[in-house]
Design a protein. Structure first.
Lengths: 438, 261
């Protein structure tokens, strides 16, 4: 039962439909299974490739799915299918077949591209221009729509959880929790990273499993431990609301509300959540040599010195801007257990390369003083703990990045690094809070 | 004829598939049996045949001046240590007795395999200090690493025979549970963050080891009668050995003296 839904995205839509059909003929299926397959095929169509199904830790949702799949039929001897049963299966299968064909075969022909005039996104001191994908130029309307969606709890199953629940503007667009919780208090698996400056990241998520903000946006909505709402339901909830109807029409032109349009609007809004112009930026790029305290200036020097702190090899500072991330994946030893294994294998989920075991994406350090607790598992509570973690050389393991080693730092030097990290708190743009509060 | 054979193979194949298919029942009610491990017979110590070794470790020569450890670079450590910290690499009492020496049976137990104690040996990081400084542990016994301090430590056993590792442990973090699989005298341990923190771990394959107490004495008991090589190690003074013959129900004395400069 598991193989089918685990790889719904191989081949073209016809092959997928055929696979689904054969699957129905060969396996006992009940309606829950069919629903599940339908959702998986859909996810695959909207670009949710294999996303939330991570073998190392079955999510709470998986358990539900398994319950749905571990139906009594599954354990009865399957080959002794009587004629009646065969006929029944055939019937269900053929009807699903056509349904699946519709779902997987007919890719939406409706354009998800905003129709208005593209707007230039203002970039604060210390950041490069925002990369814009050709298919989704941000418009005033798409940004406003995305902003409304970002703060809308209706994107979740029980109307309690908005994106902003876990990416809260007053907590630097994080949730201040070690591990995030979604609808009904369901425990997630990782720490919520900030969405500030996510516009610059070549890959989204700690393990890089989404290639764009567009692709990323749909995933928390359907994720069982986040918002847990199928895209059909989200879309139909929004389509029933006259304000949204008008906004979607204005933004994308005539046509139904689609998940693609939701994704594009959310992504365009996120491209405006930029933060720069921190004390560090004014010192480094703005020519204001008084913007940093002496301790912070010493901390910056340690941060950049490859023989000392060596932080900037991964948390990059470029000549004209600083993202404080190389966008790459590194193993710094966070999360390794007593047995030497990683409970969360990180980038390895995507690449299956040994060297990527326990490697996670370098997070930005902008506004870091406001976004604790730290690391993918939220296990370090303060910036002092983070700096001490690095000073001690992290945690040894076979996949440790070669740039991580014990650094002889005096107590004062460790304090200077912490002070420097606090200088990275920048201004937030004016229009990224909840829309009602304007 | 050929066709017939093919058919037979085919149908056999089908039958096998069928059988395999039908027997695909859930295995849940079957208890998981671990892969067969070759049975180890542990050496049974017969109390009727055992005796003990007792002794005192002494140091003759000029007693080292107490050296104060400077923790000022981490004020949290100064506070956590409660009072002055003194170098403990050579601690000699007034009468010359030497504490923190590691004594173990080096030879005479060959061919005997001893059960691994279930209770862990604990090393605590407390007051930015390893407690105890010198400890013994059996191969495969659990070493429990605790951090009682309000600061992060990074314990680093610089093993040469065993695997070397280091691990960060923040305030309030859960204990680490690690093992050393090979005997090693001694593993030097440091904290990667606090340069003054040191400990030494003696990993042995039997339960016959001791660390000399503040008065320099030690006792190794429950040892089967026989002749052994007993060795003592001290971090600054090196090692010494003695032949000791243990007889049942008796305590055999074995004293060691390190000569200072």
């Amino acid at each position: 039962m598991r193989q089918f839904p685990l790889s719904p995205c191989k081949g073209n839509s016809w092959q997928r439909a055929l696979e689904a059909f054969l699957f129905c003929c060969l396996h006992p299926v009940n309606w829950q299974t069919l629903m599940y397959m339908r959702v998986r095929l859909r996810d695959c169509r909207v670009g949710l490739r294999e996303t939330p199904r991570m073998s190392a830790f079955p999510r709470a949702g998986d358990v539900d799915d398994m319950k749905a799949e571990g139906n009594p039929d599954a354990v009865t001897p399957t080959r002794k299918i009587g004629l009646r049963r065969l006929a029944a299966v055939g019937l269900i299968a053929s009807s699903t077949f056509s349904g699946l064909l519709l779902l997987s075969g007919c890719k939406s022909k409706i354009s998800d591209r905003p129709i208005g005039n593209p707007v230039a996104i203002h970039v604060p001191l210390g950041l490069p221009p925002v990369p814009i994908p050709p298919g989704n130029p941000p418009t005033a309307d798409s940004i406003a729509l995305g902003r409304k969606l970002f703060y809308d709890v209706r994107l979740s199953k029980d109307n309690t959880v908005a994106c902003a629940f876990c990416h809260n503007p007053s907590l630097g667009f994080t949730d201040g929790m070690g591990i995030s919780r979604g609808v009904g208090g369901m425990m997630g698996v990782r720490n919520a990273p900030t969405v500030v400056n996510a516009a610059y990241l070549p890959l989204q998520f700690w393990d890089g499993r989404a290639v764009s903000l567009e692709e990323q946006a749909a995933s928390p909505i359907a994720d069982p431990v986040e918002m847990n709402q199928t895209h059909e339901v989200s879309v139909s909830k929004l389509a029933k609301d006259s304000t949204y109807k008008a906004m979607f029409l204005k933004t994308f032109g005539p046509g139904p509300v689609t998940i693609g349009r939701v994704e594009n609007a959310l992504a365009s809004f996120e491209r405006t959540i930029l933060s720069g112009n921190s004390a560090f930026d004014r010192y480094q790029f703005g020519g204001d040599k008084t913007a940093l305290t002496p301790a912070q200036i010493r901390g910056l020097a340690l941060f950049q010195d490859p023989k000392r702190g060596n932080c900037a090899v991964c948390h990059s500072i470029d000549a004209t801007y600083a993202l404080f991330t190389d966008g790459k994946f590194h193993n710094i030893g966070e999360g390794v257990g007593d047995d030497g294994n990683f409970k969360d294998i990180g980038r390895y989920h995507q690449t299956k390369l040994e060297a990527d075991r326990g490697a996670f994406k370098t997070p930005t350090l902008r506004n870091i003083a406001n976004t604790g607790p730290y690391m993918h598992d939220g296990s370090l509570k303060t910036l002092k703990e983070v700096v001490d973690f690095y000073a001690g050389g992290g945690n040894s393991n076979p996949y440790l990045d070669k740039e991580i080693r014990a650094i002889a730092l005096s107590g004062q030097e460790r304090g200077d690094l912490v002070e420097f990290l606090k200088s990275l708190t920048g201004a937030m743009p004016p229009n990224v809070g909840p829309p009602a509060k304007d | 004829m050929k066709m017939n054979l093919l058919l037979k193979i085919c149908s056999a194949g089908c039958a096998i598939t069928l059988m395999a298919g039908c027997s695909a029942k859930p295995k849940s009610d079957q208890p998981a049996v671990p892969a067969a491990v070759p049975a180890v017979t542990y050496f049974k110590v017969d109390p009727a045949t055992t005796g003990s070794i007792t002794g005192t470790i002494r140091f003759t020569g000029k007693k080292p001046m107490p050296k104060v450890i400077d923790m000022s670079e981490d004020p949290a450590c100064v506070e956590a240590h409660h009072g002055k910290a003194f170098d403990e690499s050579l601690v000699v009492a007034k009468n010359g007795s030497l504490s923190n020496a590691f004594i173990y049976v080096k030879q005479g137990l060959e061919g005997k395999t001893f059960e691994v104690p279930k209770t862990p040996v604990t090393i605590d990081q407390s007051g930015c200090w390893f407690r105890p400084r010198v400890l013994g542990i059996q191969t495969n016994q659990t070493l429990q690493v605790v951090n009682s301090d309000p600061v992060t430590h990074n314990i680093h056993p610089m093993a040469e025979v065993n695997r070397e590792w280091n691990h960060s442990q923040g305030p309030g973090d859960a204990p680490l549970n690690r093992r050393f699989v090979k005997p090693e005298i001694m593993i030097k341990v440091k904290c990667n963050i606090h340069s003054w923190m040191h400990a030494f771990i003696g990993v042995v394959e039997n339960p016959y080891y001791a660390v000399s107490k503040d008065d320099g004495t030690f006792e190794i008991s429950n040892l089967p009668a026989g002749t052994y090589t007993v060795a003592v190690w001290q971090e600054n003074l090196g090692t010494q050995e003695q032949q000791v013959t243990v007889t049942a129900h008796n305590s055999t004395a074995s004293n060691f003296t390190f000569k200072g400069k």
